[in-house]
Design a protein around this ligand. Structure first.
Ligand code: SF4
Length: 251
């Protein structure tokens, strides 16, 4: 995967009206301009990231205002005063429930306690996510031996959470790993690229294009995802693909 290939995909998606990221002001831009994220914004970013797992994201995207209301605009105390079953039921009513929702909501109170511990130890959640390199923060949020481990959150979701609060990162999800794997664009010797391989490719493309890793991730994700580009899916539509002359799948 190189710069020219990425820009071809971006152009295709923008011409088709599927994405529009040229001139967008991202969360990373806002942080660079000095924005500090509140505890409520961190909880929102965390819940959005959890809800992105095993679901059709556009459904979550269009329901964000409803989700914000269900979670009391992310008021810690109001959420702590509410039984987890309420959130499961309300998310079901707006058809934003996945098979993970029950476990995610069950862990919500404990996760808020962890965020409070982070505030106590680091001064604020925002200080915590910016004081160490991203890799270290991801490890602290996901390692089972860490006292800051967020339940129901693995590496990909931790990176998504960080991106939601303006810390540049990418989410090595199933689409990205398959697209970059040896049977398709060949950035890996594995059928699915590993997390580290995806991150290396994103970093390189970010340096070459000046785009944030999160934007590159979004472009490639949108090329694959349901209700978005839907080009490089499990059953790829290679005849419509702008990368077919570079792809191992068509050789
Ligand atoms: S040619 Fe087919 S398999 Fe290769 S990137 Fe395009 S859609 Fe995916």
């Amino acid at each position: 995967m190189n710069k020219e290939m990425l820009l071809k995909v971006k152009k295709y998606l923008e011409n088709e009206g599927i994405i529009n990221i040229t001139n967008e002001v991202t969360e990373m831009d806002l942080r660079k301009q000095g924005k500090v994220y509140s505890r409520e914004e961190h909880l929102r970013g965390l819940i959005y990231s959890l809800m992105s797992a095993q679901t059709v994201w556009v459904n979550i995207e269009r329901n964000k205002p409803n989700i914000d209301k269900i979670f009391y605009e992310y008021d810690f105390d109001k959420i702590l005063d509410t039984e987890y079953e309420y959130f499961v039921q309300k998310l079901g009513e707006i058809r934003c429930r996945s098979r993970l929702t029950n476990a995610q909501m069950k862990a919500l109170h404990e996760n808020i306690s962890t965020l409070k511990r982070i505030e106590k130890d680091f001064g604020s959640i925002d200080a915590f996510v910016t004081m160490e390199p991203t890799e270290k923060v991801v490890e602290l949020l996901t390692s089972s031996s860490s006292k800051y481990k967020i339940k129901q959150m693995g590496e990909a979701l931790a990176r998504e959470y960080l991106r939601n609060v303006g810390v540049d990162s990418c989410k090595p999800d199933v689409h990205m790993k398959r697209l970059l794997g040896k049977e398709r664009l060949g950035s890996s010797y594995n059928i699915d690229a590993t997390n580290d391989e995806v991150i290396i490719v994103m970093k390189k493309l970010s340096e070459e294009t000046g785009l944030w890793m999160a934007q590159i991730d979004y472009i490639l994700w949108a090329y694959c995802a349901t209700d978005m580009g839907e080009i490089c899916t499990a059953n790829p539509k290679c005849s419509c693909c702008v990368l077919k002359d570079k792809c191992n799948y068509c050789k």
